[in-house]
Write a protein that binds this ligand. Structure first.
Ligand code: ADP
Ligand code: ZN
Ligand code: ZN
Length: 731
């Protein structure tokens, strides 16, 4: 056996693959294969790379090439389809291939010693049924080194998922759900479905039945199948995870998200890559997991902004999911009560097939009544208006739950001195320091700078500094004063810092141990709260006047989502879900919560605003059509395609100068390059930031421009930090 030349992708900003020489160390060594991981020398370090080509020639002097140290032959090579997916992402988002491939792999694969990898693989081979597991949460944090002795539920399932996946729930689909499942499973090859279902319409059941049908169909033909279910944030959708596990007790279900312990993430990833895991439930990063038998992709809450990665490879997991389904020629389901404007447009022009669920699924469950509280009339210096307080009181008297939504954490967004006008600016950002009263600190939410609350005004010495505006902590304080007997729970990023605490908090809401739940967007998502009959929205108006053209779309989705938490349970005797009715009865609360009484109250100073009018009517379709018409006439996405070049420097002028120079690098026919402008929050952590927006009516033309432009930009070898985002989310 002779030596070969291999091309290797490395996690390096240089937009190239690197040539290495491979020499068989022993006669038993097998030839390198495309998709294998390899340990190679790079500069003075040894790093893991990925073999992208194997050949006999190099453009470089072969005698000067360095040698591959070792190939990771224990792991199956990454499959060609996965390499193509990475190539597409690298191309489309204008990133070096290695910076797409390597970071998408679990850290354990990129850094772990061969010994650790062997151990993870051995673990896979000896996986046993789950019977002996008692403490899954403890098992989840066991480091890789100790993994041999612990069975976690994720991978402890038997690997023979080719045996049938028995159903445990007897849920009978309603006609709308059945029609949706039929359409998805009837699809031959690639087909994108937009599952447009009002909140509580039972989209989860559609995903699960479709997954089951696809797996069963493949099994009938003697093949195995894998299903990928993407969710926005796994910690906010624990119910989905348990539903999936309960529904497929004989299949291996694994999760993939950034909060998994390293060892577990490695094992789960390997289970997906080797086809052992029939179902992968993951956040955006799992769209890049290798799944050789992938037969169906589901994107739940497809409109959710967290599908967009905001650093490094700034990809949209939703868009990559669509690409991947097309590449593999398999069906795809995008589910939402408030689809993204892009997906809505595709449904309108026939590229996606729309499947509607217009009714709530649970027996007699109805959408809540939405009311607007005019804050010009109902002055509320303390933040909570009289009608909202009355509605809260009524729920407390009836023993029902309420939810208050305020998308601003902290006690007050700013502190202020009445005497001299001082306000709590962050000295490193163009932003305010937010008052966090429980830990007596001012904190900048942009750069994390912290300081004690000043005893006196730093400018004039006045000791009577005042909080301005209100965040969740302040509303919580008011609720405790106003309703001392009520059990109030606040859920936001501050109250759920500890691992597992968010889950514990939501569990206590589900158990009925909370009367008033208060929180940020964390409480708005997917939860199926069974006893909740009132949702109050506190002053969402600021988003109406945002510079960001997507702010309205986001606000509407958020309000529909949070409104959708109310009135989800049906009346007594509902046939839908025995477990839930039993749970209600056992908790001692009245089994029949009169869902006709469930309501959503929005405090606003602009009750006539079209966005709120559409909300009153639960009219997402109307809102989306109006938004599309506006975007068309304003020349905004999805009618134009954009890329955003950002730069940061010590001085704003340096950043602007760089962008000006970038602008003049290339002729740009069919492309509009706007003037460089400072970003809305211009300074963060002492860096001045500016941006340049590039637009075209043609995606292809924009792509054709970006590639050489990026090469020219790299050639400039500027020392300031810059980055490009294709299809930017916020502008
Ligand atoms: P969505 O994700 O569309 O907001 P969910 O999937 O959370 O809705 O379902 C809402 C509720 O309806 C859940 O409690 C679920 O158990 C129940 N449900 C779903 N399908 C049915 C059905 N066919 N019959 C009765 N109840 C159902
Ligand atoms: Zn002062
Ligand atoms: Zn700051």
């Amino acid at each position: 056996m002779t030596g070969r030349i291999v091309k290797i992708a490395l996690d390096s900003p240089l937009d190239t693959e690197f040539d290495y020489r491979w020499l068989p160390a022993q006669t038993a060594d097998s030839e390198p294969r495309v998709g294998q991981l390899a340990l190679v020398p790079f500069g003075r370090r040894e790093v893991i790379g990925l073999v992208t080509a194997v050949g006999d020639a190099s453009d470089y002097d072969a005698s000067k090439l360095r040698d591959v140290i070792v190939l990771r032959t224990q792991l199956e090579p990454l499959p060609p389809a996965w390499l193509d997916l990475c190539r597409f992402a690298a191309d489309y988002y204008q990133r070096p291939l290695g910076e797409v491939m390597l970071p998408s792999l679990p850290t354990g694969l990129r850094t772990a010693s061969t010994v650790a990898l062997d151990r993870a693989l051995k673990k896979r081979a000896t996986a046993r049924p789950v019977a002996t597991v008692s403490a899954p949460s403890a098992a989840a944090v066991v480091p890789l080194a100790a993994a041999d002795t612990v069975n976690t539920p994720d991978h402890a399932r038997p690997a023979d998922h080719h045996a049938a996946g028995a159903r445990t729930s007897a849920t009978v689909l309603n006609p709308g759900q059945q029609a949706a499942v039929d359409a998805i499973t009837a699809a031959q090859g690639f087909a994108a479905h937009l599952l447009f279902g009002v909140t509580g319409s039972g989209k989860t059941e559609v995903y699960l039945h479709a997954a089951e049908a696809v797996i069963a169909r493949e099994q009938a033909q003697g093949r195995s199948a894998q299903v990928l279910i993407l969710v926005p944030e796994i910690n906010l959708t624990p119910q989905l995870e348990s539903s999936v596990r309960a529904r497929f007790p004989h299949l291996q279900v694994v999760t993939l998200h950034s909060q998994l312990a390293e060892g577990e993430r490695l094992r789960n990833w390997i289970a997906a890559h080797h086809g052992d895991a029939a179902i992968v439930l993951g956040t955006r990063l799992s769209v890049l997991a290798a799944m050789p038998q992938l037969k169906l992709i589901v994107v739940d809450e497809e409109h959710d902004p967290s599908y967009k990665q905001q650093e490094g490879l700034r990809y949209s997991a939703r868009d990559l999911a669509v690409w991947r389904a097309r590449q593999l020629d398999i069906p795809l389901v995008l589910g939402s009560a408030t689809p993204s404007i892009e997906s809505w447009q595709h449904a309108g022009n026939g590229r996606y097939r729309r499947l509607d669920l217009t009714q709530r699924a649970a027996a007699n469950a109805q959408l809540p009544r939405v009311g607007l509280i005019d804050m010009e009339v109902n002055k509320a210096p303390e933040g909570l208006s009289a009608p909202l307080l009355a509605a809260l009181r009524a729920r407390l008297e009836r023993g029902e739950q309420s939810l208050l939504f305020l998308n601003r954490r902290g006690y007050a967004p700013v502190m202020h001195c009445d005497a001299c006008g001082w306000i709590s600016h962050c000295r490193r950002c163009t932003a305010f320091m937010v008052l966090h009263k429980p830990d007596r600190r001012l904190r900048c939410h942009h750069c994390s700078l912290e300081q004690r609350i000043p005893r006196a005004c730093p400018t004039c010495g006045n000791v009577d500094l005042q909080p301005l505006g209100r965040g969740t902590q302040r509303i919580e304080e008011q609720l405790r004063t106003l309703f001392p007997q009520a059990r109030v729970l606040r859920i936001d990023a501050d109250s759920t810092r500890r691992k597992g605490s968010a889950q514990a908090a939501f569990d206590s809401v589900h158990r009925g141990e909370v009367d008033i739940l208060l929180g940020t967007q964390m409480v708005a998502k997917g939860h199926d709260f069974q006893r909740l009959t009132l949702v109050g929205v506190i002053n969402p108006d600021t988003a109406l006047f945002s510079q960001d053209y997507r702010a309205g779309e986001r606000l509407f989705a958020q309000l529909m989502q949070v409104a959708g938490r109310a009135g989800r349970a049906g009346s007594a005797g509902s046939t839908g879900n025995v477990a839930q009715s039993a749970e209600l009865a056992a908790s001692g609360s009245e089994p029949a919560i009169g869902m006709q009484r469930s309501e959503v109250l929005v405090q606003t100073r602009y009750p006539q605003h079209p966005l709120y009018r559409a909300l009153l009517a639960h009219d997402y379709a109307g809102f989306a059509e109006a938004t599309l018409a506006e975007r068309r006439s304003a020349g905004l996405p999805p009618f134009v395609f954009q890329a955003l070049l950002r730069a940061e420097a010590k001085q704003l002028q340096q950043a602007l100068d760089f962008l000006q120079a970038a602008r003049k690098l290339m002729p740009c026919e069919g492309i509009v390059i706007n003037d460089p402008v400072p970003m809305t929050i211009m300074r963060v952590a002492g860096q001045e930031r500016a941006q340049l927006l590039v637009e075209s009516a043609s995606r292809a033309r924009l792509q054709a421009f970006l590639k050489p432009w990026m090469a020219a930009l790299r050639e400039m070898k500027s020392r300031l930090r810059w980055s490009l985002e294709v299809d930017p989310a916020d502008i």
